[in-house]
Design a protein around this ligand. Structure first.
Ligand code: PLP
Length: 491
């Protein structure tokens, strides 16, 4: 039985071109043996929807006599349909190769989880767990209990709690300790520390949304102890230090360190809160890396509450860690906003496993991917670049040349913005395009690299594409894609 459109609709009659009467009805397309097999695995609903959409997308092209008759052959239609179904099912979130040279790259998902954290995630998510259940008493538990002891042990804090991310930790700490303060809501911060982390996270705005009143003291480059002391009055609720994690003020500068500020705060019965941003739990200087302030040092210097991120230098999942004095942590934990910002069981499982790795500090550069990448020996990175150079050069010839080059990477995510990490990798330069064709040729190459099954992300600078090898763990996967890369650039 012919579908009505097959007998009624007539397309233009161009030789070799498909006509409207060649377009099958949806039902007929679904009955093709290849399509029946597709329905068997993917189900009728999705395949039928895509079959309808495929035919609709073909119709105008058929009417415009753009399509060869072969494009409507059963095998061609079945293949096109399968491709559409696969594309619908393909995840938008994709694994990529980070060859940007920035180890903790916020846009590329920040810290990579350790194997033990991945294992723990899988095990804990596969079934029920004791997230809020006390196995000793058989009664209700608190999810904070799963990691509080460990965090206290690692930082020397009296108490600890965790929330969704560090932005939440800062917001919650200010709201609970300052905005909810009966005397007044003023929070004193140095003008040199009013950071913008990115997006809408700007210290003055965070203060406002937390319901606190920002009191700026000092100047952009210099703030003294007397500036803080002079600003304290009956309405003051707390003093705050913010780590200037993504910029540095240089030259004629002065800042008040935590050890100096803590007694000033305590004299007036006020808490001193420090937002560390990244916050390393181990001293990075032991591996020749630039130093990053540590929460345990801040607490030892007299800071009452320290907040830091889970997925920056700590090397874990997205999380906001809050450690400090028991009474203040208790107020933070009991504040209603905490419930809205609480951590989910997924990152919590991964965070606990990550923190446990710190119990073996001398194994961290092996077990914690972030530290392993940051401490990768330069000679090893150079050797890798040397190994990859001939293969990439061959894949990109004759349109591009490839050279091994020293390069400077960075830790990333606002950690130590000025310090660079000596690294090595490959630079790719277009051949024979002249000054004016350079941009287009480089753009074409980075588009092709991003279009690979495992997208490769580099960066363009100084008329070259730079591929930093520091974070290239999957060397075989990179090499396996050179054939497809070469093809993509021919097309
Ligand atoms: C990164 C950072 C934040 C925000 O932390 P997230 O974990 O990204 O929410 C806040 N303060 C400082 C100083 C930071 O560096």
């Amino acid at each position: 039985m012919a579908a009505p459109e097959e007998s009624v609709v007539h397309g233009s009659k161009a030789p070799g071109k498909a006509e409207a009467k060649d377009l099958p009805a949806v039902d007929r397309l679904l009955r093709l043996p290849a399509v029946a097999a597709l329905i068997e695995t993917q189900g009728h609903r999705l395949v039928a929807d895509e079959a309808r959409a495929l035919l609709e997308s073909l119709r105008p092209r058929v009417l415009a006599a753009e399509l060869a008759r072969e494009a409507l052959a059963p095998e061609a239609l079945a293949a096109a349909l399968e491709a559409r179904v696969q594309a619908r099912l393909a995840s938008r979130m994709r694994a990529v190769l980070n060859l940007t040279g920035t180890v903790i790259h916020t846009n590329l998902g920040r810290a990579l989880l350790a194997d033990s954290a991945l294992q723990q995630l899988l095990t804990m998510m596969a079934g029920p767990n004791n997230l809020e259940y006390d196995l000793a008493t058989g009664g209700r538990g608190d999810r904070d209990d799963l990691i509080e002891g460990l965090l206290c042990e690692l930082t020397g804090a009296e108490a600890a709690t965790v929330v969704n991310n560090n932005a939440a930790a800062v917001l919650l700490s200010i709201a609970a300790l300052a905005a909810a303060h009966p005397g007044g809501r003023e929070v004193i911060v140095s003008r040199g520390e009013l950071v913008e982390i990115g997006g809408a996270f700007r210290m003055p705005d965070v203060m406002a949304s937390a319901g606190a009143t920002l009191v700026e003291v000092g100047t952009t480059n210099r703030t003294h102890a007397r500036d803080y002391a002079g600003a304290i009055n009956a309405r003051t609720a707390m003093l705050m230090k913010v780590h200037t994690s993504n910029y540095q003020v240089q030259g004629f500068t002065a800042a008040v360190d935590e050890a100096t500020l803590a007694p000033i705060a305590h004299e007036h019965g006020l808490p001193l809160v420090s937002d560390l941003g990244s916050g390393a739990l181990v001293d990075l200087a032991q591996w020749g890396l630039p130093r990053e302030p540590m929460p345990q040092e801040m607490l030892a210097a007299g800071v009452d509450v320290v907040t830091f991120s889970g997925d920056k230098l700590l090397g874990g999942p997205q999380a906001g860690l809050i450690v400090g004095r028991r009474d203040y942590i208790q107020r933070i934990r009991k504040f209603p906003m905490k419930r809205a910002l609480r951590m989910s069981k997924l990152p919590l499982a991964a965070l606990e496993a990550t923190l446990r790795l710190y119990l073996r500090p001398d194994r961290l550069t092996r077990d914690l991917p972030t530290l392993r990448l940051l401490t990768r020996p330069l000679a090893e990175i150079e050797a890798q670049a040397q190994r990859l150079q001939p293969a990439l050069a061959q894949a990109l010839a004759p349109h591009y040349t490839v050279a091994v080059a020293p390069m400077l990477g960075q830790i990333g995510s606002g950690s130590l913005p000025v310090e660079r990490l000596p690294s090595a990798g490959l630079t790719v330069a277009p051949v024979g395009v002249g000054k004016r064709g350079l941009g287009t040729a480089l753009e074409r190459l980075s588009v092709a690299l991003r279009g690979l099954p495992l997208p490769v992300i580099g960066r363009i600078a100084e008329d070259r594409l730079w591929l930093d090898c520091r974070c290239l763990d999957q060397e075989a996967a990179f090499l396996a894609q050179l054939g497809p890369l070469s093809e993509a650039l021919q097309g």
